[in-house]
Design a protein around this ligand. Sequence first.
Ligand SMILES: [Zn+2]
Length: 121
Amino acid sequence: MQSGELCKDDIDRFIANIDKNNMGCWLWTGPKTTAGRGGLSVKGKYQYANQISWVVAGKGIPIGRIEVTCQTSRCIHPDHLKDSGAKDVDTSGKVKGRKQAKGKRDKPEKPYPDFPLHEHA
Ligand SMILES: [Zn+2]
């Protein structure tokens, strides 16, 4: 998924399915697969909610599977997620050691302006 594939309507639908709790977590309240993974249909393709969150927050395209780092399995807050495929990537985006990511990895993109990443309501 490229972030450019998400239009404002998609982001609005995404945000509308988030329930923020007092632990700073964003709980996904939207549709789920039979396996229990939340997501939305974007341009006719099913996208996992945590991946949408990752991309919309400006963290770029995940290399591996997105994993939750807080104790809340339904949480999709971008700061509570990690890219399990990014273990060998340092903060500058360079790949350490002999393991090379396929293709060139673009610089992280900017968060979407409509995405309330650090809003504290
Ligand atoms: Zn969380």
